[in-house]
Design a protein around this ligand. Structure first.
Ligand code: SF4
Length: 460
């Protein structure tokens, strides 16, 4: 007979805090403003062990301040079939879930001990989107009204949430909201999930949240989302087009990109992983569009004919190389916008150059370096007294240090297992059994759930 011990709250936190890191929203950012997508969140506290430090992460806030957040899922039990997700019903493993009260109390305890300054709350969809969202809101309501917490809460809105009252309450209680879009279009989403509805389940709540944020004073003021890169064979151009519309039409604060990694037991377990460099290039593209003000026509040369970004060089460099006739740029006379188009010159450096040259003519490369210009990248594209690149084309020689012609390096296939064999042969029996159990759970409710007897928090 299998006897399962009910996990205590710290074991749940250790597990559900770890699962939440698969979602890379709000990665730490470098001082030059470029996100470090592959690093994601930075965990603090001792590694492993049953300790309340699990689930604590450092995150960069919109104002650049870094704070510690309790980053946790309410449950990793999910009835959905997203082909890239370790929480999807394909994956046969033990699931965990908090009760509303225990999660709220745990947050208050950690906040009182100055271990965390805010909360990032996500969840798998354990029954249906509305019921899950209701439970997440119960947690936030408890920490706001019962424990008097008025700080930062990043609240996920479950895809498929359709009740207006729940969206309104989410906007009222959260500080930042996000509905994960995952794929750039309905057509792409269909390739990775048969259960999600792109227009009604994802775009509609996003649109309603945008309206609520404009109509109301107070509550959440920013919306974000995440796209999984490489799972649905979408191009970088597809992602770029979606990113432009999210920032433009819906006023999103951030779009995050997460390189696809195959998950054992899922239908995509043998799909090659997306190289982290692709995710990084998309963050750079996002930055050029959002912060540097490049328009679509300016960005077009960064893409190849198939709509993909070059992995060996950043998009800004690719655009400069494709527009060599515009360089070198005169440091002492070019506009701030022109300076910003020079590889190795960021917004801060361009602004400093403009201010400095009002005092005196810039003649020294050391001056540029002191203002934040990355000389190695910028020198082939800049001109000032004493420096004129002999031929702009010379700069091109230094563009691709590794003269590799390989666009991407697909990650090695995952080890073949009995499950991958089962998948090729029409599904593995363990996963099928899990699907049946989930169906039973959804049909009969928590009381008779056969998945985690005594451990499931959904009945709270
Ligand atoms: S809805 Fe999809 S992506 Fe979200 S937890 Fe469930 S399976 Fe994962």
């Amino acid at each position: 007979m299998l006897i399962q011990r009910a996990p205590d709250v710290y074991e749940k936190l250790r597990h559900l805090g770890g699962m939440a890191t698969d979602d890379v929203l709000s990665p730490a950012e470098r001082s030059d403003g470029m996100a470090r997508p592959s690093e994601g969140w930075e965990r603090v506290g001792p590694r492993g062990g049953v300790t309340p430090h699990a689930g604590v992460y450092r995150a960069a806030m919109p104002n650049g301040k870094r704070i510690s957040l309790m980053r946790v899922m309410f449950t990793d039990h999910c009835i959905m079939d997203c082909h890239y997700c370790p929480n999807s019903y394909w994956v046969p493993r033990r699931r965990y879930g908090f009760k509303v009260d225990e999660l709220a109390r745990l947050f208050d305890e950690m906040h009182s001990r100055h271990m965390v300054e805010g909360l990032f709350l996500s969840s798998g969809i354990f029954k249906d989107p509305n019921a899950t969202q209701e439970r997440l809101l119960d947690v936030v309501e408890a920490i706001r009204s019962r424990y008097g917490f008025s700080g930062y809460v990043h609240l996920k809105v479950m895809p498929g949430t359709s009740t207006d009252a729940l969206l309104e309450q989410s906007q009222r209680l959260g500080a930042r909201l996000s509905v994960n879009m995952e794929s750039p279009s309905a057509e792409h989403l269909r390739k990775v999930s048969t259960m999600k509805d792109f227009d009604n389940g994802i775009v509609a709540p996003m649109k309603r949240i945008s309206e609520l944020m404009q109509e109301r004073y107070g509550g959440a003021v920013g919306q974000a989302t995440q796209l999984v890169v490489g799972a649905a064979d979408e191009s970088d151009w597809d992602i770029y087009a979606r990113m432009r519309s999210l920032y433009g039409e819906y006023g999103f604060k951030r779009v995050y990109y997460s390189a696809f990694r195959p998950v054992q037991y899922t239908p995509l377990e043998e799909h090659p992983a997306t190289p982290p460099a692709r995710e990084h290039r998309l963050y750079q593209l996002d930055w050029l569009s959002r912060i540097y003000g490049y328009d679509t026509e300016e960005l077009r040369p960064a893409f190849d004919t198939g709509g993909f970004l070059e992995l060996r060089a950043d998009p800004k460099l690719m655009i400069a190389v494709n527009n060599f006739e515009r360089f070198p740029v005169d440091v002492n006379h070019a506009s701030e916008r022109e300076l910003l188009r020079v590889p190795g010159v960021g917004p801060l450096a361009a602004n400093r150059i403009v201010k400095q040259r009002a005092q005196h003519t810039i003649t020294q490369r050391q001056e540029l370096q002191a203002m934040g210009v990355v000389l190695k990248r910028a020198m082939p594209f800049l001109r000032f007294p004493g420096h004129k690149p002999v031929a702009a084309k010379q700069g091109e020689l230094a563009l691709f240090p590794e003269q590799s012609t390989v666009r991407s390096q697909p990650a090695p296939f995952p080890r073949h297992s009995r499950f991958s064999r089962h998948s090729r042969e029409g599904g593995n029996p363990d996963a099928r059994r899990t699907v049946e159990l989930h169906a039973a759970h959804a049909a009969s409710g928590c009381a008779s759930c056969p998945l985690n007897p005594g451990t499931c928090g959904m009945a709270a």
